[in-house]
Design a protein around this ligand. Structure first.
Ligand SMILES: [Zn+2]
Length: 322
């Protein structure tokens, strides 16, 4: 049933000045390897204690329907001529496919600009009832895919500290039948079992890994989920899930990292590579799901709500980094 929303403008991200001077961002923030646990991050990386942090719980009863949210044009995900793809066990934290070569650019989705695909990676756990970073009504999915893009006006390292510099498209997983579309990727996993192993892989279309025809999504403004936790990410979480079998997800769980213990270092399974849920604070989550009956009230109200959060965050960033 259609909601009777009248919002017709396009204020998906707040049009506010985000007073971050990228010159203020010291290089040490980009080069420190985060060895501390998430509870220690705010002391080491002040942005990690901000009010626009990710991941969050998507409380479906609090989502606002926004008819101005446009569909995405993800056609370029089907193109891989000229793309180069490298799969790696990044720092013993995640499995990541990094792109180089011909840029893959997405548009639409009411993003403020075109965005260039950088990489995609996964978050998983030790059991089927944990793994995703975001939760839906407090429930964790067994895995979550993050497809990371940067605003095309910047390069990827500049973009992470610019307002709306990054756009991450996320998909939850569910356990089910074997997904043949993952076979090509997973066949490389024995070559990245150990921390920092990397392998060049034969390019394939990213669209192959995603649910067909996914259009319904949730939208909010948040942060990187690892230090330095910059609050510069436009998050899009799709409603449709990717199906994968238990055997296939176990290939992720077999990847290892290196941990310190009293007797030195030892190799262990990565285990749980997801950050705890962060407070929503002043933010709202919006969706183009027409079955949601509560509408975004008005552009002005929504922008004011987000303005307070963004300005607070920007001031914190400037004060702590300059
Ligand atoms: Zn991620």
């Amino acid at each position: 049933m259609y909601s009777r929303c009248v919002l017709s403008e396009n204020p998906v991200v707040p049009a506010v000045p985000f007073a971050v001077n990228s010159v203020c961002v010291p290089l040490r923030f980009l080069t420190i390897v985060f060895g501390a646990g998430p509870e220690e991050w705010p002391a080491l990386y002040p942005q990690c204690g901000g009010r626009l942090q990710s991941p969050i719980d998507i409380n479906t009863s609090g989502i606002l329907y926004d008819p101005s949210l446009q569909p995405f044009d993800l056609n370029k995900y089907g193109v891989y001529d000229g793309a180069q793809m490298n799969l790696s066990n990044v720092g013993g934290h995640t499995a990541e496919v990094k792109y180089s070569g011909t840029p893959i650019i997405i548009s639409g989705g009411s993003l403020p600009d075109d965005y260039v695909l950088d990489q995609f990676h996964f978050h998983w756990g030790e059991k089927d009832d944990e793994g995703s970073e975001h939760t839906l009504d407090k429930h964790r999915a067994p895995m979550e895919l993050h497809i990371v893009h940067h605003m095309h006006h910047y390069n990827s390292s500049e973009a992470i500290s610019h307002p709306y510099g990054l756009a991450v498209l996320a998909f939850f997983f569910e356990i089910g039948e074997e997904n043949e579309n993952f076979k090509q990727l997973l066949d490389y996993f024995p070559q990245i079992i150990h921390k920092d192993q990397e392998v060049h892989i034969t390019p394939f279309p990213l669209s192959k890994l995603l649910p067909k025809g996914s259009t319904t999504y949730y939208r909010y403004f948040g942060s990187l989920t690892t230090p330095p936790c910059y609050e510069t990410v436009i998050w899009t979480l799709f409603k449709d899930r990717i199906q994968i079998s238990e055997d296939q997800i176990n290939k992720f769980r077999n990847l290892t990292t290196v941990r310190e213990d009293g007797n030195g270092t030892k190799e262990v399974k990565i285990g749980r590579d997801f950050r705890p849920i962060q407070e929503l604070h002043e933010r709202r989550v919006y969706s183009n799901d027409v079955s949601i009956q509560v509408c975004a009230t008005s552009k002005g109200t929504r922008d004011r709500l987000t303005l307070a959060a963004v300005v607070t965050s920007a001031l914190l960033l400037v004060l702590t980094l300059c």
